[in-house]
Design a protein around this ligand. Structure first.
Ligand SMILES: *Cc1c(COP(=O)(O)O)cnc(C)c1O
Length: 364
């Protein structure tokens, strides 16, 4: 029996994708091999790689002057690579000025890592109200090498609804937990990056979408593996790319295209999120801690209304365990924020959200 998996990542994948991968496990496309066994430079793997890239370009409407890179190291390595490539000085140490907006734990990690190679200015933060909203974005400082935001904040459950206008300063965004969940106008960004394990496929692949003019800016001391020019110059094949992950992403993109693409999934995602938030509004037991205009449609944290701290912890623990016993998995909030969280990525069917609401209505 399949469970409903509300994990924030790695997370649920579409069942047809898993079934297709299973059917091709030992013999993909009549090659007599598993995709895992193929040379990344072989004629058998090339069409798999090309299909994944062209589907991503098609579904996201990626303009021709952007490269798509399939890298490793997770979104977390991009926290370093962005600063190393766009802002590092001629010698190791603090380089050019850059702006960041602090909207939660991932944004904060990006800031800490970026600060090792760039002169970071945190232009706005929502830390004062426990990251339950998105602050107004100030204009970039003159001469900023880039401006960084986290488009969807996976842990606290907020999202940017309006993309800041940064003029000629390249806007860089972490889209790990919202890529392909709603339309993104790629042309407004210099770089978009995402770990695959939320909305794209299995862990181990990182997708970077980068405008051509931002490639080739890293100083000479930056290691080859950490340079965008290395990977762009070799078509993501400077070294062995995460081949099997790229193959699964291709299957996920194919599934999404058959469903009707980003417009169709956007409608479905909004319907799922609305259903859940509407229920939270009417519940006497649970509520959303996030301010209304900024609520994520991918990650929905919720807490009980219990005031007593000890009783609250017990109640929430009992909830998470009871839900798991009912086949509703991974509903505990992030270890740093507590409470509960339902991650309802593209692959979570609406039936899963309905089953969760059904369980919550009966939980006392
Ligand atoms: C999960 C996540 C990350 C970390 O991704 P890794 O691939 O584990 O490095 C970074 N940013 C956001 C917004 C995330 O959701």
């Amino acid at each position: 029996m399949r469970v409903y998996n509300f994990s924030p990542g790695p997370s649920v994948l579409p069942l047809p994708v898993l079934e297709k991968a299973a059917s091709e496990m030992t013999d993909a496309n009549g090659t007599g091999q598993s995709v895992m066994e193929m040379s990344h430079r072989s004629k058998d793997f090339k069409p798999i790689f090309d299909k994944t890239e062209s589907l991503l370009r098609e579904l996201m409407g990626i303009p021709a002057n952007y490269k798509v890179l399939f890298l490793q190291g997770g979104a977390s390595l991009q926290f370093s690579m962005i600063a190393l490539n766009l802002a590092a000085g001629e010698m190791p140490g603090k380089g050019k000025k850059v702006s960041y907006i602090d909207t939660g734990i991932w944004a904060d990690k990006a800031i800490k890592e970026g600060s090792k190679y760039a002169s970071v200015e945190v232009r706005a933060s929502s830390k004062d109200r426990a990251y339950t909203y998105i602050p107004n974005a100030p204009a970039p400082s003159a001469g900023d090498a880039y401006y960084h935001i986290t488009l969807n904040n996976t842990i606290v459950g907020t999202k940017w609804n309006k993309i800041p206008d940064t003029g000629s300063v390249p806007l860089v965004a972490d889209v790990s937990s919202c890529i392909l969940s709603e339309p993104i106008d790629v042309s407004k960004f210099g770089i978009l990056y995402a770990g695959a394990q939320k909305n794209l496929g299995p862990a181990g692949t990182t997708v970077v979408i980068i405008r051509d003019d931002l490639i080739g800016k890293a100083p000479a001391w930056v290691p080859a593996m950490l340079r965008y020019d290395t990977h762009a110059g070799e078509g993501s094949m400077y070294n062995t790319p995460p081949c099997y992950g790229i193959y699964i992403i291709g299957l996920v993109l194919e599934w999404l295209k058959n469903l009707g693409g980003v417009d169709a999934i956007t409608k479905l995602n909004r319907e799922k999120a609305e259903l859940f938030y509407d229920y939270l509004e009417t519940s006497d037991v649970f509520h959303s801690p996030v301010e209304k205009p900024f609520r994520s449609i991918m990650n929905i944290p919720f807490v009980t209304t219990e005031k007593d701290e000890k009783a609250k912890a017990e109640l929430e623990n009992r909830f998470v365990k009871g839900a798991a016993a009912a086949g509703l998995l991974n509903l505990a909030g992030h270890r740093l924020v507590g409470g509960m969280r339902a991650s309802i990525y593209n692959a979570m069917p609406i039936e899963g959200v309905k089953a969760l609401i059904y369980f919550m209505k009966r939980f006392t």
